[in-house]
Write a new protein. Structure first.
Length: 104
């Protein structure tokens, strides 16, 4: 575990701190203190950890309250397109803000 705590932040390319600990057999919990680091890690489809000269493949997913290490998890990425969106609305805050003027 000490090796994972040292290697993961470096090999994942995180900028902030991340806490690494055991979650269950063959499952490690990584908590990031920066949202950008979390986004960087989950955006990659395949991750590899270089350890003792060998590349170990792993995948990441968001932890949920109902997590069961014996069940296979699924994840789906969605691409949403906003044709003709004005440039000033490309900011993250603009995209996630709900405007209820046109709500039903």
């Amino acid at each position: 575990m000490q090796d994972a705590r040292k290697l993961l932040p470096i090999q994942l390319g995180t900028q902030g701190r991340c806490l690494v600990g055991w979650l269950a057999h063959r499952h490690i919990l990584v908590r990031f203190d920066r949202y950008d680091d979390y986004g960087l890690v989950v955006a990659k489809t395949v991750q590899y950890l270089l350890y003792n000269g060998l590349q170990k493949q792993f995948r990441e997913f968001s932890w949920t309250i109902g997590f069961n290490p014996k069940e296979e998890t699924s994840r789906a990425f969605v691409w949403i397109s906003f044709p003709n969106l004005p440039p000033e609305l490309f900011a993250k805050q603009s995209l996630i803000t709900v405007n209820c003027l046109g709500c039903w």
